[in-house]
Design a binder for this molecule. Sequence first.
Ligand SMILES: Cc1ncnc2c1ncn2[C@@H]1O[C@H](/C=C/CNC(=O)c2cc(-c3ccc(F)cc3)cc(O)c2O)C[C@H]1O
Ligand SMILES: [Mg+2]
Length: 214
Amino acid sequence: TGSSRPQRMLKAVQKNATKGDPQSVISAIDHYCRHKEWAMNVGDDKGLILDSVLTEVNPSTALELGTYCGYSTVRIARLLSPGSKLITVEFNPAFAEVARQIIAYAGLQDKVTVVEGPSGDLIPKMKERFGIRYFDFVFLDHWKDRYVPDTKLLEDCGLLKKGTVLLADNVICPGAPEYLKYVRNSAHYESRYYKSNLEYTKVEDGLEKSVFLG
Ligand SMILES: Cc1ncnc2c1ncn2[C@@H]1O[C@H](/C=C/CNC(=O)c2cc(-c3ccc(F)cc3)cc(O)c2O)C[C@H]1O
Ligand SMILES: [Mg+2]
């Protein structure tokens, strides 16, 4: 059988990026997805907003829900300070495998742990399995109907602290209306929308940044 889109994306990285250079990996994926075949990476436009929020938060511990091929994993990990850790959750083994190779190609494997399985099962195990007390930063980019249940689960598991920043992709397209209602109407979050566009297109999309108030 032929290759998959993630496998073709990996090939494009191996062909066009420089090993150990995260920016070249990001550029190779963006070029491939803009000119060859679209893929659901957060992309370069929203990626700049992700970069700026991340630089502002400078997290010691970060969580990503929905690794896919590892594009945003590389964007996040490349900006982490020494000693900081990123845990990324992906339930599709084929995607997880491609992501591990893209993360390793960028030279960021020591900062990132790719965990395979459904977020709903893994979030309650973060403390015992990874020694995580709190997450300083959470990037939500998995199934859009899981944003609310997983946010509630993070709260219930005591994994958010005062000041933890949640950043959610696709709140306009494909959309996460329940999530926007939840974080915008809750007294426990201070929420703000960053308008942008859907990766590699002119369609509107954006990121919602929500600070947990405790
Ligand atoms: C619950 C759970 N646990 C662990 N991994 C999970 C999970 N739910 C999904 N995942 C994993 O995350 C990834 C899924 C992400 C879902 N993202 C999307 O569906 C998505 C879709 C679009 C989009 C926009 C316009 C269009 F016309 C078409 C598509 C754009 C995006 O940026 C997206 O993130 C891969 C999947 O295996
Ligand atoms: Mg997305």
